[in-house]
Write a protein that binds this ligand. Sequence first.
Ligand code: PLP
Length: 375
Amino acid sequence: MIKANTSTYLDYNATVPTLGTVKKSMIAFMDFGPVNASSVHFYGRKGKNVIEHAKANIAELINTKSENVIFTSSATESINLLFSNFNNIIVSSIEHLAVLSASKSDQIISVNKNGVIDIENLEVLLKKNSKNKKNILVSVMWVNNETGVVQPIEDVVKLSKKYGCLVHCDAAQALGKVKIDLKKVDLDFLTLSGHKIGAPAGIGALVNNKNFNLNPQILGGGQEKGMRAGTENIIGILGFGEAAAILKKMPEYSYEKVNFLRDYLSNKIKLVSPETVFFGNNVERVNNTLLIASPNIPGDLALMKLDIDAFSVSSGSACSSGKISQSHVLKAMGYETLASNSIRLSFPPNDIILASDNLITTEELDRLAQCWSNI
Ligand code: PLP
């Protein structure tokens, strides 16, 4: 947990601070010298090695082949790159705006009150499309960024394959929070984001798990086997690979401490503020995320007050401009009137990342619950 001078950071779903060991290896590489991986000399070869090593770490973490990993600038870019290859995309109503905007889709899978996608509704859409001979892509996220709810991705894959569709999963919020095994879950495409696991922002990946022939969006010098031109962000790539290596060594269940803190806060809030509404807490949810709302308090007001009380949290519905809009996720879940009131408290994704920061105390969480109650 970061306490950057005056504010306790509980917004890890927005971004995870660059991990200490990741930072060290990036600085060491910056000190090493000028690296353009396309150069054929000593420095260039070193750059190529870094890229190959990072791909191997990421691939091993999610159980795929290194050559399936394409580096981009972000999960957003990966999604845009992939979607530019499809005209027919079925998406869920709770996807990140990167998916909703880039897909331009009007084929939307509904979700239930708990924020879990409706598989029967997906089947209705698949049936409708089955007369259509064109390539159809189904895109469902693994973990929702606002609620933390885990989606039935295996069921989505099985059903979509039955109808001959390809499947993409936005796993930006899943990596480091749930086990991703592409040998078990037969996804065609996966998108990842470095800054959600302790690498810096500005690095992401598209995993082309079956090595499909895709067209690039960015043309130029042919980097990333022609899939994404432009001199590689070698420092970002190195950082992403190092962060993946840390997660690779993570024991199977490394969420107990994070889970304890999240549930401790949750229980405190229930106690001091019984009118608080909790979202997604009756279904499978990642261990670090807590989405709440007060029926009477707009999210922007709560956010400002918590900021004054030195807590950096997020509105479930913040958009990139920093303004608060209605949460499309809560609206899709049927919470029309609470859609402007939500506050997201997100802890480190797992115990490894938690341990790399200063540990938050339960006293600090007591204070947070009290501040929430005072609002
Ligand atoms: N998908 C989800 C679920 C996210 O939470 C985010 C970032 O918040 C993104 C995609 C976009 O990731 P990036 O910042 O790498 O573009």
